[in-house]
Design a protein around this ligand. Structure first.
Ligand code: FES
Length: 161
């Protein structure tokens, strides 16, 4: 198995976080965020490494990874389109957003464009933006009150970057 360890930048951030969490198991989520930011997704080697650094079992860490949809276990595109699949967004037309993404990029739920630029995820729980539905998260940026035209424009902008 390929070994993993935090790069210098993330090691520094982990050491700062360690001071804030006397209960070491509370570090797991933070360590996973660091690893994901560091290498893009959570590898089995990262699970083992974090378990060893925090002092819990790899099964504990793996359980956290598999429970939270924000953690990824495989590479994704540069832009991760997360369309809310909950009731309010569905009522307000999130299906049309999905159709737009499929037509513009040729990808369905869970797929990545061949150029590695976009990944689309539909099974995203409420993004806590129900009053501005339908909503979509692109990486860490919220996009609200969407319709197909806005999404098409956004995709064009991201494609030109
Ligand atoms: S239902 Fe979509 S943000 Fe809450």
């Amino acid at each position: 198995m390929v070994e993993y360890r935090f790069s210098e930048k993330f090691e520094k951030r982990f050491l700062e976080l360690e001071k804030k969490f006397p209960k070491r198991s509370s570090l797991v989520m933070w360590a996973l965020h660091l690893a994901q930011e560091d290498i893009g997704y959570i590898t089995p080697a990262a699970v083992d490494y974090i378990a060893a650094r925090v002092g819990v079992s790899p099964a504990w860490v793996k359980g956290v990874v598999s429970f939270y949809s924000m953690f990824r276990e495989k590479p994704i595109g540069k832009y991760h389109l997360n369309v809310c699949s909950n009731l309010m967004c569905q009522l307000m037309g999130s299906d049309k957003i999905e159709v737009c993404i499929h037509e513009k990029l040729g990808i369905k739920d869970g797929e990545t464009t061949p150029d590695g630029k976009f990944t689309y995820t539909r099974q995203v729980e409420c993004l806590a933006a129900c009053g501005y539905a339908p909503a979509m998260l692109v990486n860490n940026d919220f996009h609200e009150l969407l319709n197909a035209e806005k999404v098409a424009r956004l995709i064009d902008e991201l494609q030109s970057k």
